[in-house]
Structure formats: structure tokens, C-alpha cells
Design a protein around this ligand. Structure first.
Ligand code: AMP
Ligand code: GLY
Length: 428
């Protein structure tokens, strides 16, 4: 079967790498991909949001399955677009309908969904121009810190944790009246701040059944010791040492089961990944957020640890037969370190040549290089984004895995290269 994968980051390189290993897969096409995905498949000059272009390509090339990496095509209804077209209807698309993608596309929807199904999450209120002044009064009496969330998609920047009431009111005003995130912040969720340690849970559901993939922890701050501004993610580890069986059981019973059952009860067609951002408060799990896709860079540790044939899992999702399969996990720890362009997450240069990518010792199966923001040009690989490369390594311990990835990174160079040397530090 020929498979089309949408997206261009490290997550998509890891997915393409895993798809290409499947006995069901004859070719992987990536729209648009990066220099790394081109090593395992064929890149296309096609935007993940160009549904008409995707339709043409699928029809022309006889694509048998579409896998959606990022959230935007899902929130914009690519699954519904396929379902509505008689020539595309038979092609499974891995991802939820636009209805289901609201779990990520609207914070207010996801909070109400959790409320309806008794899923533990931070207490909140939602405000827009219709109850604007009520919101100010609410913020003024709210304990600190207080969390403000733009309702819609805001490229990962829509969550602001405010340490003072003054800052919170200013931010609230900026979001709703100043349209800080455009239409996405015309509605704002004001939420209680939860204190604890976070982890990322990945559920694959066919709408009736579900399987839980290996969990992961990502490191969002740019600086070592979790300091400095938020990024898309600077590294990840899997498994997560504190996610023991007792805690994972609580997550399953209190969060995953009611989420999947809730989607079914509301007749939402959801056949894809649910990424649940969970925070451990004391001994109890609370949902911080849902995403309708896999995480990045978590995928770069989750896919390498997954022993299953990924296409077999996806075929079971499409046929609603996930109950017939189980997940196999690599026992060893995987760690990924993300190398970024100097200046990221602020402004940075692109087009810097990358050297040392072929320096992995021959026969080294413990380390993998996943490309994120890269592109190939005349035989060279150039930087093409903030997050450039993800180096994933396996070892018995977090310490050794991080050490191996750092060893590989020492041999790789581009002007301005930066990476955190302390991924997994709290588990060392
Ligand atoms: P984002 O991934 O941009 O949605 O950022 C969300 C991040 O903000 C989470 O990973 C948490 O670290 C933090 N966050 C969001 N909501 C809360 C909350 N209620 N309490 C504490 N931290 C939160
Ligand atoms: N690593 C967090 C995310 O993908 O949203």
C-alpha cells in the first residue's frame, strides 16, 4: 500500500521512518517533508492544507492511506473532506473529524467536554466580548498564578501563565480586545494553576476501542534546568520513571476511558491519536490539555520504542478492530535531544549547511537522527527552521541514553547550533 503522510517536522520523520518499515507499506510520500523524510520516502511539493491538491495526488497515485501529522489539517476538516468525496471515501485517514479535533482546536470545547464526562482538570471559566467585564472581575479575585488560554489554535503560544493580577488583566484585554491571537483569542479560558510534574500520554483510538502507546516527557523551556522561554520542545524521554503502574492505571480509568467513551457518546467520529497532556498533582492525574495528534519531539522517542507494525495498527483503527491488537514496547529507555538554530525560539537564520550527519559509527543501531527543520539542496543539507535535528538514543538508563545522543551531537555542526545537555535531568 502507498501511504501519504502530511507534515514536515521531526515527528513526521519519525512517523515516515516507522511507516516505511511496515510489511504493508510499499511507498511513503510526505507532503511536504524535509531532508530526513526524503531518505525514507518521496517528498512532495504539496501543503498539508491544500486539500484539493491532496485529493488529486491520492487519486492519481492510488494512495491507500493518509496519515496526518500536525493538527491544522484536522481542525480544518481533512477527514470530513475525504468522507464527503465518493472517490476518496474508501481511503482511511488517520486522525479525527473536525468535530473530534475540537479537543485541540477549542480550549473551551475541551474544558466543557471534560466537565460533561467527569474528567479531572483545572477549574475554569470562559469569557468573550459578551461577558468581558465579568471576566475582569473574575480575574481580579482569582488566586495567583492564573492561567489564560486563547480558545483557538495559536501556534503553541496561546497559553499565558500570569504571576500578577495586573499582568493577567492586561493579557486578557490584549487577547480579547486587542485580538492578540486573532480570532483564536476572541474567547479566553481563565484557569486555575496546577502544581505538579507533567507527562504526555498517547492514545490511539478507533472510536470504539483504544490502545495506549508508550508515554513520554518533553522539555519545553529553551534553557537548561527548564529556564527561559517556551519552545516547541527541546527533548524528550520515554518511559517516564514516575509513571508507574498505579499512576498509569489512574490515568486509564479516570481519563482515557471516559475520554474515549465520551467521544462515542457524543457521536464524534474519532479514529486517530489523542495526545493527553497530564499533570501529576500529589498522586493524582489531571488533564492540562488535549491534542488531536502526536507530540513533537515525543514522537521521536515513542515511535522508536513501539514494537508494532504501525500500518497494522492504522488498518485496525480504520476497521475499528483495535481490540484485536496489543502494544509491544521496547524495554530500554529512549531519549531525544533537539538541536536548534541560534536565537530560537526568537528570530534565527535559515540555510546554514549542516555537517557531520554521516558520522554515526557504522552499525550503531542505538542512535537515530531525525530531521526537523532541514532541506536538501545540491547534495547538501541546510537548516530550514528553529528546531533542526532530533537525536534519539536507546540505553538501559536515561543517563546513558542522553550521553549517547550528546556524543552524536558533538560530531554534528551548523553555525549557531544549540541544544540542551540536561534532557531527563530530574531522573539522572
Ligand atoms: P501549550 O503546550 O502551549 O498548550 O502550553 C501549555 C503549557 O502550559 C503546559 O504544558 C503547562 O506547562 C502549562 N499549563 C497549562 N495549563 C496549566 C495549568 N492549569 N496549570 C499549570 N500549568 C499549566
Ligand atoms: N511537545 C508538545 C507538543 O507537541 O505539543
Amino acid at each position: 500500500m502507498k501511504i501519504l503522510l502530511l507534515g514536515s517536522g521531526g515527528r513526521e520523520h519519525a512517523l515516515a521512518w516507522k511507516l516505511a518499515q511496515s510489511s504493508h507499506c510499499s511507498a511513503v510520500y510526505i507532503a511536504p517533508g524535509n531532508a530526513g523524510t526524503a531518505q525514507v520516502g518521496t517528498n512532495l511539493d504539496l501543503s498539508p492544507l491544500d486539500f484539493e491538491g491532496i485529493r488529486k495526488f491520492c487519486t492519481l497515485e492510488g494512495i491507500g492511506m493518509v496519515v496526518v501529522g500536525p493538527e491544522e489539517p484536522l481542525v480544518k476538516g481533512i477527514v470530513d473532506f475525504f468522507a464527503a468525496d465518493p472517490s476518496l471515501r474508501k481511503i482511511p485517514v488517520i486522525g479525527p473529524s473536525a468535530d473530534g479535533a475540537r479537543l485541540e482546536g477549542s480550549k473551551a470545547f475541551s474544558k466543557r467536554f471534560m466537565e460533561r464526562h467527569g474528567i479531572p482538570t483545572a477549574a475554569y471559566r470562559e469569557f468573550d466580548s459578551s461577558n468581558y467585564t465579568e471576566g475582569i472581575a473574575w480575574i481580579q479575585q482569582h488566586p495567583l498564578p492564573v492561567v489564560l488560554k486563547a480558545d483557538g489554535l495559536a501556534a503553541g503560544k496561546g497559553v499565558v501563565i500570569c504571576q500578577s493580577t495586573l499582568e493577567a488583566v492586561a493579557e486578557y484585554e490584549l487577547m480579547i480586545q486587542g485580538s492578540k491571537f486573532g480570532e483564536a483569542s476572541s474567547k479566553v479560558v481563565v484557569e486555575e494553576f496546577l502544581t505538579g510534574i507533567e507527562l504526555s500520554i498517547f492514545v490511539l483510538t478507533d472510536g470504539k476501542h483504544f490502545l495506549t502507546l508508550p508515554e513520554a516527557k518533553d522539555y519545553k523551556r529553551v534553557g537548561e534546568g527548564d529556564k527561559g522561554p517556551n519552545t516547541g520542545g527541546m527533548g524528550a524521554v520515554s518511559p517516564v520513571p514516575f509513571a508507574d503502574t498505579a499512576f498509569m492505571d489512574k490515568i486509564t480509568q479516570r481519563i482515557i476511558v471516559p475520554t474515549v467513551q465520551g467521544l462515542g457518546a457524543e457521536n464524534i467520529d474519532y479514529r486517530g491519536f489523542i495526545f493527553i497532556g497530564v499533570i501529576k498533582v500529589g498522586d493524582d492525574p489531571f488533564v492540562i490539555e488535549y491534542n488531536c495528534r502526536l507530540g513533537d519531539p515525543e514522537t521521536e522517542v515513542v515511535m522508536p520504542r513501539l514494537k508494532n507494525d504501525l500500518v497494522e495498527l492504522f488498518l485496525a483503527v480504520a476497521g475499528q478492530k483495535l481490540d484485536e491488537l496489543t502494544i509491544g514496547e521496547e524495554e530500554r529507555t529512549a531519549c531525544t535531544i533537539v538541536a536548534v538554530s541560534g536565537g530560537y525560539p526568537g528570530s534565527y537564520e535559515k540555510g546554514r549547511p549542516i555537517t557531520g550527519l554521516d558520522q554515526l559509527p557504522a552499525g550503531d543501531t542505538d542512535s537515530l537522527v531525525f530531521h526537523a527543520g532541514t532541506r536538501a539542496e545540491n547534495g547538501a543539507v541546510l537548516t530550514n527552521g528553529g528546531r533542526v535535528l532530533c537525536i534519539t538514543s536507546f540505553a538501559e538508563t536515561v543517563y546513558e541514553a542522553v550521553d549517547k545522543s550528546r556524543d552524536v551531537l558533538e560530531k554534528i555542526y551548523f553555525e549557531g547550533i544549540y541544544y540542551r545537555r540536561d534532557i531527563g535531568y530530574e531522573f539522572l
